[in-house]
Design a protein around this ligand. Sequence first.
Ligand SMILES: C[S@@+](CC[C@H](N)C(=O)[O-])C[C@H]1O[C@@H](n2cnc3c(N)ncnc32)[C@H](O)[C@@H]1O
Length: 369
Amino acid sequence: MAVKRARKPASKKRRVPVTAAAGGTGLPAASALASIPSVHAADPVSLLKSLTPSDAETTSSTSSLLTIKSSKAVARKKSSLATAQLIRRYHTLNKELSQCLVRIGNSEDVASTKSGQHRQAPSPQHRAADLARIAEIRQEMDDLGGLDMYQKASTLGQSKQRGGDSSKWLIPILESCHPSLNKKTDPALRLLDIGALSPHNYRKYTWIHTTPIDLNPQDPLITKMDFLEMPVPVKRDELFDVVCLSLVVNFVGDPSQRGEILRQSTRFLVPGTGLLYLVLPLPCIQNSRYMDHELLVEMMASLGYSVLVNHHFAKKLAYYAFKLDASSPSANTSSASSFPPQRRGQPRFPKKLRHDKPNRNNARIEEPG
Ligand SMILES: C[S@@+](CC[C@H](N)C(=O)[O-])C[C@H]1O[C@@H](n2cnc3c(N)ncnc32)[C@H](O)[C@@H]1O
């Protein structure tokens, strides 16, 4: 008998362990991954190689140059399609994992707190169903190669997805925000690259000093660090001029943890000049039932990012540069910036259907609990 899932209780949410996280981009779930040979499951590199057609350059001797070119193009397209499918499947699993973990966490809250007594705790069957599903999801993720494999696939897809180097968009903005910076003699701008797949994203800009961090570094030059647990700077010269959150917020499955990451970013930036460089999949902004550009800008302003310096919608991604308000007491205090105070049980930005149209996704960001 199919077990109907329990409705999520409105209790205070626990932090979902970030073994991996979800996309919430609303992109269609992949099905083609079923065709990945299981022999590659434990070997991410072989798996990635297997996604790249080996006959990419093979044509008959009579083929024209045009045929060779189009054959290569088709092979490249197939390869990037397979990589994208893998990334999507991972996102889908990750999102479902977060939802199950939140439900399990909430059921523990309900069981252990007095205030939860009036709430309906999930039944033992629902809890058992969630636990079983968690095991299945983790197994499938492991079979796909885990976070490591996802990151390798993301690295492959990175340049294509963005149509090139993402720093290209940010650099002119940084230059315009620091017009008097002497790139040769002044101290380099400090950039915190969260969820960095490469430590070299800004290497060619000698006037930028990058601190790359990630949960699962793909390079020894990247520091293994969960941003939500990163020590908050206590001195002004430890603050950053730029915090980069490129495709990280959507990677986190729990909407309230997404809000928490954005709030945390305010504690690392120089008030008045610090820039948050936020990159999200475009469908999160343009095709969600619950989010859109206006709501994001409103939420960011409530965090202390009143100035939207620039934004750009590319084919697949949305780029944003927000400036942290001068009045934002970011350093020294963990309670500094937050979504506006909310009355008990009344969030400032409640989950609200904004675009009730078919084929929309459920991407959203929530006030942190
Ligand atoms: C989709 S990748 C994005 C990589 C890269 N920034 C880009 O733009 O392509 C998301 C990365 O964020 C990292 N990540 C997610 N949550 C994080 C956290 N709390 N602290 C540090 N890294 C995190 C993940 O480990 C993953 O490598």
